[in-house]
Design a protein around this ligand. Sequence first.
Ligand SMILES: [Zn+2]
Length: 317
Amino acid sequence: MLDAPAFTAFPLDRAEALRRDADAVASLAARPDARVAALWRLKPLVGDQDGALTPAYFPRSRLDPASLQSKVVVEVFLGLDAAGAPVFAVALDPALEPPPDFAALVMGGESTPDVRFVELREAAATMHAGEASILATARALFAWHEAHGFCPKCGAPSVSTLGGWKRVCSVEGTEHFPRVDPVVIMLITRDEQALLGRGVTWPEGRFSCLAGFVEPGETAEDAARREAQEETGILLGEVGFLMSQPWPFPSQLMLGLHAQALSEAIIVDPHELAEARWASRAEVEAMLAGKHPSLRGPPPFAVAYHLLRWWVSRPSE
Ligand SMILES: [Zn+2]
């Protein structure tokens, strides 16, 4: 069994059929067990629990006062939890300065010294995977809403509908859906070695798998072959799927692939990579454990970590 990378254990029933009915969504929002996660400038409101960060949900009813409603830019219905309770998320007006009283207000005046807005990337390192995936969904949706306030066809304002899962042009009625951008990330191996690359902006010693965006008209397999050749000159043979990970910065879906290299000589494209190298199983194992003298690998919440760990933990080819 593979351990899951961050953002991959979404625990809610998305209840897609309910989104289509605005009255049903309003009824869900009015339920006493409805709860809300808040994001401000795409940062979720979180608290501490036993040394880990956890979303600071609050009852949906706390948003009722007009004074708070006016601070909400967009609201999305994320789904129903295991007990059937509705879960929503709100994006707070980014123009607000960090509202120091907001947390206390929505938490019902309870003492909440540790409740704060943090970068999701930072929170994901310690947050329960399922909770992180709820916030990841909200973050990806809000980033899309933020960038799509106007119809991309005619420029008229667009309106959020379907519980926040669609925008409709206010003039022509054209429909616009949240985007997901596929990225291939490749575990490339050859003769008991794996290919590692260091991005041009990454610090010395920091390595990961090669990755790149899938282009229009391209299969994931073709994208993997093209990216590997462009970035390192390595030719790939067979390419297979291993696992995927939503990556809400802002809206990627990382497609984790395993590819066999057909060639070995590395020619780095300096626009794409600072360096690339082959590493043995022992080196990768030490790198993932944080025990390699010079190589530092991807963090455990990244899919690259799990691709590499899958490789070092399986029998030799
Ligand atoms: Zn339009």
